[in-house]
Design a protein around this ligand. Structure first.
Ligand code: EZ4
Ligand code: CO
Length: 402
């Protein structure tokens, strides 16, 4: 079997997605997500201009060899654009292999390790009173875990707090919009939110919170300590992780579990965090960390060091990525949680799929391959619209991490 065509499709059914579709001489096709939020066209060009020409004529069965060819062969290793492009190829090849074998991809990965994939939803609101209502909605719908974000009194707009109904979307204008940040107000407020949430929902509901990289290690340590009475399942991205050793300080001071990794793109970004047991959950994903093959490698390293998976699953990761993530989640021994933000109806229509949500779990597709496709005709009706993530500034105007 040979690859005879590779199409890179950019579409915007409520938000931008880049998808790679591989076609073989026997008519079998495979899809891979190649979406990098706010930098979509860079990956599309990387694929179209530099990868696709080398894929034509290759044997799609050679998944690992193709991964090594694209990673080592490029000379320029790692980085979000490169690793997202490699991920798309890898994911599409697993899809093809599953279809050829007549098996869902999770069977090729060793089969089920659990009955369902526990997911967490996003509750967010300006005030604590409102967020309690949002959380109650998730509990009613069967969710067992909820990420809780609120506005901060005295801060105009906080990243991570949805304002437009059930479908949260942080990428808005072509030129980034701007948000303002106050560490002092944030650190004073968040423990009061979790105190009320834990009181209201009792010990059974798993609670999470995302800091979006906005603190220093000692500030994060203080936040972790102040949240200990409310028993969070994880505190996410407390500090930027370019400096992996930064997490040592947090670990010395708090027993609040730490999750990190949604912006990582290779095992090299997290190997020290994992080997030193500085984190509890690794949040790398299929689309941004080199595909199913490389993600499995990261999760296997994590399994040796008591670190569980917690794959990123925001709406900028397409249903193709989510479908692939579920095959990984169901088949690894050290699964933790899967993030799940529902896609809009338009997105779901462009990417027909057979994974399903029930009772707080997502269930991977039982169809051969990934169980997800791209409707290219429908995709063509939604042209690309430039959209960027916002830039975050301190009250005095200094650009700040987020
Ligand atoms: O900021 O997906 O945990 N989820 C998140 C997301 C990310 C976006 C970035 O593209 O932090 O909202
Ligand atoms: Co996050």
């Amino acid at each position: 079997m040979r690859i005879v065509d590779a199409r890179v499709v950019v579409t915007c059914p409520d938000r931008n997605f880049v998808t790679l579709k591989l076609v073989t001489d026997e008519g079998v096709t495979g899809v891979g997500d190649a979406t990098l939020n706010g930098r979509e066209l860079a990956v599309a060009s990387y694929l179209t201009d530099h990868v696709v020409p080398a894929l034509i004529g290759r044997d799609p069965a050679r998944i690992e060899d193709t991964w090594q060819y694209l990673y080592k062969g490029a000379y320029w290793r790692r980085g979000p654009v490169t690793m997202t492009a490699i991920a798309a190829v890898d994911t599409a090849l697993w899809d093809i292999k599953g279809k050829v074998a007549g098996l869902p991809v999770y069977q090729l990965l060793g089969g089920r390790c659990r009955d369902g994939v526990t997911v967490y939803g996003h509750a967010s609101a300006d005030t604590t009173d409102e967020v309690l209502v949002d959380i109650a909605g998730y509990v009613e719908r069967g969710y067992r875990a909820v990420r809780v974000q609120t506005g901060i009194p005295g801060v105009a707009a906080t990243y991570g707090v949805g304002r437009r109904g059930p479908h949260y979307e942080p990428a808005d204008s072509a030129i980034p919009s701007e948000t303002v940040w106050s560490t002092e107000r944030y650190l004073a407020h968040i423990p009061t939110v979790f105190s009320r949430v834990r009181d209201e929902f009792g010990p059974g509901l798993r609670l999470l919170h995302d800091v979006h990289h906005r603190l220093t290690p000692i500030e994060a340590a203080r936040l972790g300590k102040s949240l200990e009475p409310y028993a969070l399942t994880w505190l996410e991205d407390p500090v930027p992780a370019e400096l992996q050793e930064g997490y040592r300080l947090i670990r010395q001071h708090t027993t609040t579990p730490i999750a990190v990794g949604e912006v990582f793109n290779s095992i090299w970004d997290c190997q020290a965090l994992i080997r030193e047991q500085l984190i509890d959950y690794i949040r790398t994903t299929v689309v941004h960390a080199g595909g199913i093959s490389h993600l499995r490698r990261i999760f296997d390293l994590a399994a040796l060091h008591h670190v569980r998976s917690g794959s990123h699953g925001a709406t900028d990761l397409s249903p193709v990525c989510l479908a692939a993530a579920l095959h990984v989640d169901i088949s690894i021994p050290n699964f933790g949680l899967q993030e799940y933000m529902r896609h809009t109806e338009a997105t779901d229509e462009v990417f027909p799929h057979t994974y399903r949500f029930a009772d707080g779990y997502l269930h991977p597709s039982e169809a051969p391959g990934l169980g997800v496709d791209l409707d290219e005709e429908l995709a063509a009706k939604y042209p690309y619209r430039p959209a960027s993530l916002p830039v975050n500034r301190l009250e005095d105007g200094t650009v700040h991490s987020w």
